[in-house]
Design a protein around this ligand. Structure first.
Ligand code: CTP
Ligand code: MG
Length: 237
């Protein structure tokens, strides 16, 4: 039984704005996606890190990935949705030089979670252990949740309060066995994360406590926050 990582990076970064997909925006001296790939590649237990690009991606080739050579493998099979990109990646990796079997563990991680560390990954791998289902990194919700009503004028009003008890924010990596995950995504293709597909099978993935530094870079301000975190780590190293 081996561990592999799969990083979907075929999105367009619509909420970030701009013409360059956010995974290639400059962040702490590298393209944004480099940081997540480097964190995963730094975990000795992970045999190979697969990256799923859009078939028409012409940005990847413009950057230098030599520090990660031998650790990463590119798959040009991204789909219309994140779930489609992951599903295509899972299928493609069965035909690669390093054979991936149905019982092998897959850690699926968003390219956009640039502040992931090897420690985050190790915590997840240890906590999931040989669990029959798998698990994900997540953070217990700190804020009270408010449901807003119709906001035709841009100013919504509160229509309901959702108690935060037992609510978690899902992050990635999300760790499941290759065969089970592919089966789950074929059964439930319209999901926004891997755990939802596994849940649709009636299974209950583990929640493994993470922290907010592993946030997803989505809006322009997030880029500045990620830059601060990564530069601070450089100073401390
Ligand atoms: N992703 C993907 N294929 C898609 C859509 C998204 O591989 N068709 C990837 C993104 O590249 C990203 C991850 O899934 O690494 C998480 O998605 P998200 O943060 O939503 O990125 P985008 O979809 O690119 O951003 P947006 O939703 O703002 O367009
Ligand atoms: Mg998206």
């Amino acid at each position: 039984m081996s561990y592999f990582a799969l990083v979907p990076a075929a999105g367009s970064g619509f909420r970030m704005g701009g013409s360059l997909p956010k995974q290639y925006l400059p962040l702490a001296g590298r393209p944004l996606i480099y940081h997540a790939l480097a964190a995963l590649a730094a975990v000795p237990a992970i045999e190979r890190v697969f990256v799923v690009l859009a078939p028409d991606d012409n940005e990847w080739a413009r950057h230098d990935w030599t520090p990660l050579s031998g650790r990463i493998e590119v798959l040009r099979c991204g789909g219309e949705t994140r779930a489609a990109s992951v599903t295509n990646g899972l299928r493609a990796m069965r035909q690669m030089s390093v054979a991936v079997g149905p019982e092998d563990w897959l850690l699926v991680h968003d390219a956009a979670r640039a502040c992931l560390t090897a420690d985050h990954v190790t915590v997840l791998i240890r906590a999931v252990g040989d669990d029959p289902v798998g698990g994900i990194l997540a953070v217990p919700l700190a804020d009270t949740l408010k449901q807003g009503g119709d906001a035709t004028d841009g100013n919504a009003r509160i229509v309901a309060t959702i108690p935060r008890e037992r609510l978690w924010q899902a992050q990635t990596p999300q760790m499941f066995r290759h065969g089970m995950l592919l089966g789950a995504l074929e059964f439930a293709p319209a999901v926004t994360d891997e755990a939802s597909a596994i849940e649709a099978l009636g299974l209950t993935p583990k929640l493994v406590a993470s922290d907010m530094t592993n946030f997803k870079v989505t809006y322009p301000l997030d880029l500045q926050l990620a830059e601060l975190i990564l530069r601070q780590r450089e100073k401390e190293a």
